[in-house]
Design a protein around this ligand. Structure first.
Ligand code: HAM
Length: 417
């Protein structure tokens, strides 16, 4: 019997994990500089959190959730995204009462039952931020700036920032009517999903990917032309902040995002290198979500990016070579016993050491030291065991020096090697 991966999931082997860690560490560092604090919430939640929070009419809730009953028949779902859980955590902790302004970041796996392809998986990683408790356009600009700084830090160029505003709930109700009027005459020629969306939520038509619908979508009126005075001023202020921060954006009048909680500012960072799945990261405001989920009116804004996609885009970029400080080539049982003892003592002192565990010939062990990009090499055989001395070789120069085979002496010698 052989076991296969669950479709849409994948293993990250050590080389790929190095890339993920590079992303995660850069994200943690950047988020820390902006003074966002890390939050961790469960992978499992009650299904209703997502149906209410994200919206029944969305693809994510309608088609993509991993939902199942628990032993007592309650419906649970694997989280398809982090925002609804973040809001739930905010309310569970009572922060809306005690400390409403919060800047959070998170990292972790999300689950969506999608058709797998390059850059699209059923289990995928997300890194994201959420800010609660401020309507100020400066927060919108800060959140977008954080995303941009992360990409710059990772060395990514040529990304495009798409920006739009979809207004408040009242604006959206009005925009729905505008869209219905626009699509109604052609709806017979559009896909069956869009026919349903026309009634349910015409905004969702704008992110339909079906080829037959594209021409009608391209001519649809933009949401930013249907904003009330407040939302219009908010959008203008966000743009002014972005201009001052020299963050170049393109207004995409039909960018609405795929989740129902958005209000006002929405944005995406796209990369040409990703092809069809070009969204590296997306987000926006959700000023009504805390209330929808049972809290007091509390504005919110955030974004999330796909770690898998970011890793794909970074694939061609070299990473710092992994290096070990010392490789101990061990010959014979006594040699290996001493090598293990030395390695252990050095590791406790913070030195990165590896040794031979396979009883291989010296030549093979030296090749292994090269493969591991060891900075120094020490052979430990019977002579070295007897004399308690050996020769520490600096690989880059070939220089060798005599050293006592005890951890303190070796650690000193490694400093200078
Ligand atoms: P989203 O646009 O659904 O937004 O997902 C954010 C990012 O997650 C996407 O831009 C993409 O990079 C990645 N992603 C989504 N689905 C997949 C998949 N199946 N495979 C690989 N990567 C994927 C949200 O999730 C919102 N919670 C973002 C947000 C936070 N809005 C406000 N705060």
């Amino acid at each position: 019997m052989s076991y296969e991966l669950v479709r849409g999931t994948r293993d990250l082997l050590p080389d790929e994990v190095r890339r993920w860690r590079q992303i995660e560490e850069a994200f943690r560092a950047v988020a820390g500089r902006y003074n966002y604090r890390e939050i961790r919430f469960p992978v499992l939640e009650h299904t209703e959190l997502f149906t209410r929070g994200i919206g029944e009419a969305t693809e994510v809730v309608g088609k993509q959730m991993f939902t199942f009953p628990d032993q007592k028949g309650r419906s649970l779902s694997l989280r398809p995204e982090g925002t609804a859980s973040a809001v739930r955590a905010y309310l569970t902790a009572g922060l809306h009462i005690n400390d409403p302004f919060q800047k959070w970041f998170y990292l972790g796996p999300m689950f969506r039952y999608e058709k797998p392809q390059k850059g699209r998986y059923r289990q995928f990683g997300q890194y994201g931020v959420e800010v609660f408790g401020s309507l100020e356009p400066s927060v919108d600009a800060e959140v977008i700036g954080l995303a941009w700084t992360l990409m710059t830090e990772l060395g990514l160029r040529g990304l495009r920032l798409k920006l739009n505003s979809i207004g408040c709930a009242a604006d959206r109700a009005q925009y729905h009517e505008v869209l219905r009027a626009h699509f109604a005459p052609s709806i017979g020629s559009m896909c069956t999903d869009c026919r349903r969306r026309l009634d349910e939520n015409p905004l969702r038509i704008l992110d339909c990917k079906e080829p037959v619908c594209q021409a009608f979508i391209a001519e649809a009126p933009g949401s930013a032309d249907h904003l009330c005075a407040d939302c219009s001023a908010h959008f203008a202020a966000v743009r002014a902040h972005l201009d001052r921060l020299e963050l170049a954006y393109e207004i995409d009048p039909r960018l609405v995002r795929g989740l129902d909680y958005y209000t006002r500012t929405v944005f995406e960072l796209v990369s040409a290198e990703l092809g069809a799945q070009d969204a590296l990261l997306g987000g926006g405001r959700y000023d009504g979500l805390v209330e929808t989920l049972g809290g007091p009116p509390t504005p919110g804004i955030g974004f999330a990016g796909g770690t898998d996609r970011l890793a794909l885009v970074l694939e061609s970029k070299p990473m710092d070579e992994a290096q070990i400080d010392l490789f101990l080539a061990a010959l014979g049982d006594d040699g290996r016993a001493l090598a293990l003892q030395l390695a252990d003592a050095l590791r406790r002192r913070g030195v990165r050491v590896d040794l031979d565990h396979r009883g291989r010939k010296l030549g093979k062990q030296l090749a292994e030291a090269n493969r591991l990009n060891a900075r120094t090499l020490l052979v430990v055989g019977d002579d070295e065991v007897a004399a308690r001395r050996g020769r520490l070789k600096t690989m880059a120069t070939g220089d060798e020096r005599e050293v006592d085979l005890d951890a303190a002496a070796l650690a000193d010698a490694l400093e200078g090697a």
